[in-house]
Design a binder for this molecule. Structure first.
Ligand SMILES: [Zn+2]
Length: 225
């Protein structure tokens, strides 16, 4: 099949490069993946093209169960939503132990919470952004004097925290947390510097993620929510 557009041509060239240069060196991994998946982490992030969860966390195919949408929103539990089904599958079928909600700098969806688009032009986006109404209200009430356009960084953080709250409304998450089988983590990725900030419920602040090492030398994440 002949592909005319240059962007698509680039993708197909990439496919050929993957098949001829990359796949062979990792054939055993891909064949093993055909037998099933056992990722231990669900990674919820924005659809933004500037985020690559596997690159960021240096993980391989099969290690992250990824859910993406505009704004990394987790709507409160609604059994008719795709997000609820995906979370239910991740926790109850796959048995992930950790769920990371990862927001990011310069997020267009979070910017749209602060500066909403026209409902006539963007009815679906307007409806989707209603998932962030609590975030918008928190920002408005906590920072009443601030110029909304200057609030983006704090809005990204508040948005992550709100999604962690929403996750708890999902029955499989509530049950996993109650049994101590599941941990929730709030991250913000600043892609222009490569930094990742994690929420610390003790200090109620986001700070650079570090690793604790126990006596065996095994590294564990510093904090969970
Ligand atoms: Zn985004």
């Amino acid at each position: 099949m002949r592909i005319a557009e240059s962007a698509m041509q680039r993708l197909v060239e990439g496919l050929h490069h993957f098949q001829s240069e990359i796949f062979g060196s990792q054939r055993a991994l891909f064949e093993r993946l055909a037998l099933g998946q056992r990722p231990e982490t669900m990674f919820i992030t924005c659809a933004d093209s500037r985020i690559d969860p596997n690159l960021l966390t240096q993980t391989a195919p099969g290690e992250l169960f990824i859910m993406r949408n505009a704004g990394n929103f987790v709507p409160p539990y609604n059994p008719n939503s795709g997000e609820a089904a995906t979370i239910e599958f991740a926790v109850a079928v796959i048995g992930v132990r950790d769920i990371v909600v990862c927001g990011h700098s310069h997020c267009g969806a979070v910017q749209a919470i602060l500066d909403p688009p026209s409902p006539e032009k963007f009815p679906a986006l307007t409806n989707w952004l209603s998932n962030a109404e609590s975030t918008r209200r928190i920002l408005r009430d906590k920072y009443p004097e601030a110029d909304p356009r200057r609030l983006l960084n704090v809005a990204v953080q508040e948005n992550v925290l709100m999604q962690l709250e929403n996750l708890r409304t999902h029955p499989v998450v509530a049950s996993g947390l109650a049994q101590g089988k599941l941990n929730l983590h709030g991250w913000v990725y600043k892609f222009e510097t490569g930094e990742v900030f994690g929420y610390d419920p003790q200090t109620r602040q986001f700070s650079a993620l570090t690793l604790h090492r126990d006596v065996s030398g095994a590294a564990t994440p510093a904090r969970s929510v």
